[in-house]
Design a protein around this ligand. Structure first.
Ligand SMILES: C[S@@+](CC[C@H](N)C(=O)[O-])C[C@H]1O[C@@H](n2cnc3c(N)ncnc32)[C@H](O)[C@@H]1O
Length: 258
């Protein structure tokens, strides 16, 4: 997950680990209000910490989204990114069937459950275990494996209205390698979306700055009525991540009979 804000550079989860409840928020809740912000905190003791770990900790302590996620019981500051994307594009609707790929620790799933308002289905899957979230089905496994995809499909109980992916492999520190890995995960997510999406459905996926790779973008434009890129305010400006939001899925026409 690299420096996405829910893991320390050493891989331990830190922010917003609060219980299994969705933060009880509404659409208006997706933008935290920052009244009474504290002066920037500095980490005084570097004992036993690497420089990157010290900088990460300082950033966490001074990040209003981290504090707000904790206050609202969201398991990650990433929850705000999904809320802000949904505020802009409106793809999470009560009654929907939603797939959350790369769901751990569960911030996006919490927001999806809230916005479905008790109607619909949310299925999350991750390589890492996820603490239960009332109102969601959570699976442990690699979404690229057909057996895991079959479990997601079965849990959905029908065609999906939204397939969303915040998947990321842990950073190698080598930019081009990280880039290729995230592109590959996005292609995997899209391939699965094509299997499960209902006509009119939406696909939301993390990509890197510069937008979606040309080949994938062309495929998305063929498959969806609208394809947009957006970087929600909660996504750190120094982070290369951005999101592609594709809406209005058109099932590919069956090939003409031979
Ligand atoms: C940035 S985190 C997701 C944060 C999440 N959206 C939230 O709000 O809490 C990315 C996740 O993608 C998961 N992931 C990466 N590759 C995966 C795969 N092939 N199948 C399932 N999950 C994967 C990682 O394990 C990691 O937990």
């Amino acid at each position: 997950m690299g420096r996405m804000g829910t893991k320390s550079p050493r891989g331990g989860r830190r922010a917003g680990q609060g219980g299994g409840r969705g933060g009880g928020g509404s659409k208006a809740d997706s933008a935290p209000t920052f009244t009474g912000r504290k002066l920037a905190e500095r980490v005084k003791t570097a004992k036993g910490r690497t420089i990157s770990s010290k900088l990460w900790l300082e950033r966490q302590l001074n990040d209003p989204y981290v504090a707000e996620a904790k206050r609202r019981g969201y398991r990650s500051r990433a929850a705000f990114k999904l809320g802000q994307l949904d505020d802009k594009f409106g793809f999470l609707k009560p009654g929907a069937r939603v797939v959350d790929l790369g769901a751990a620790p569960g911030g996006w799933t919490q927001v999806a459950v809230e916005r479905l308002k008790g109607r619909g289905t949310v299925v999350g899957i991750d390589l890492l275990p996820i603490e239960p979230i009332p109102g969601a089905v959570l699976l442990l496994g690699d979404m690229r494996e057909p057996a895991q995809q079959a479990k997601v499909t079965a849990a959905l109980g029908g065609p999906a209205d939204v397939v969303m992916s915040d998947m990321a492999a842990s950073s190698t520190g080598h930019g081009p390698t990280d880039h290729l890995r995230i592109v590959a995960l996005c292609e995997d997510a899209f391939a699965f979306a094509e299997e499960v999406l209902a006509p009119g459905g939406a696909f939301v996926c993390k990509v890197l700055k510069g937008g979606t790779e040309a080949g994938l973008l062309a495929a998305l434009k063929r498959a969806f009525a609208s394809v947009k890129h957006a970087k929600p305010p909660a996504s750190r400006s120094e982070s290369a991540e951005t999101y592609v939001v594709a809406q209005g899925y058109r099932r590919p026409a069956a090939p003409p009979a031979a």
